[in-house]
Design a protein around this ligand. Structure first.
Ligand SMILES: [Zn+2]
Length: 215
């Protein structure tokens, strides 16, 4: 245990006469003070540091989740969901599950209300589907936009069952195992209908949904 404490002190540079837990507690209190003074982004910086520390920090994760939801920070339900999930707590699981459900419901409503034919994603979620099978995959959250260097063609990954992978005869892609199936990487076109992916800014519909989102 003493070695762990030494390692943490070396990493994070806190004084000899406090333990990591005491140090983390004082940083959380500092974050609360900053938040009360209306300095939410400075508070968030401290909380992010704690959340990313090798010891993790349930409270910091939950507080960041709340700040991305209540508007203390620019509202972002996706980030909020990730922080609540990272909290690894029953309350975090409950709220991230609820957020996931709300995002899924809205995505379903949005995709079904728009013409089918173009595969369009924004940086957080889906804007339109090219075909019925892709619509189902998007609604279930099986599709993720990939990080590619600026100026390159947009790419996405897609989770699917091993049977689907076999049936689709996809060639030349990196395949990663996932729980219950695989994730096919570096896709640029829909594996079902061949439509080309385009990426756009988040539409006003998403903006309106986020603005009114409350749990
Ligand atoms: Zn398609």
């Amino acid at each position: 245990m003493a070695d762990m404490e030494q390692e943490l002190r070396r990493l994070y540079g806190y004084p000899e006469d406090v333990t990591y837990d005491q140090y983390a507690q004082s940083r959380r209190e500092e974050a609360s003070r900053l938040q009360e003074e209306g300095k939410a982004s400075e508070a968030a910086e401290i909380l992010r540091f704690l959340a990313n520390s090798i010891k993790g920090d349930r409270e910091a994760c939950e507080r960041l989740g709340a700040m991305y939801l209540d508007g203390s920070l620019p509202k972002d339900p996706w980030k909020s969901m990730l922080y609540y999930t990272a909290a690894l707590s029953p309350e975090g699981d409950r709220i991230s599950g609820e957020l996931w459900g709300r995002l899924r419901d809205f995505r379903m409503m949005l995709l079904r209300s728009r013409p089918v034919g173009a595969l369009r994603l924004n940086h957080d979620d889906a804007e339109s589907a090219c075909c019925g099978r892709m619509m189902d995959a998007l609604i279930e959250g099986s599709v993720s936009l990939a990080d590619v260097p600026e100026g390159s063609e947009p790419e996405f990954s897609m989770t699917m069952s091993r049977e689907d992978l076999k049936a689709l005869k996809l060639k030349g892609h990196e395949i990663m195992p996932t729980p219950g199936g695989v994730s096919v990487m570096d896709l640029r076109t829909c594996p079902f209908c061949g439509a080309k992916l385009t990426v756009s800014e988040r539409s006003k519909d998403w903006g309106a949904f986020i603005a009114t989102l409350r749990l």
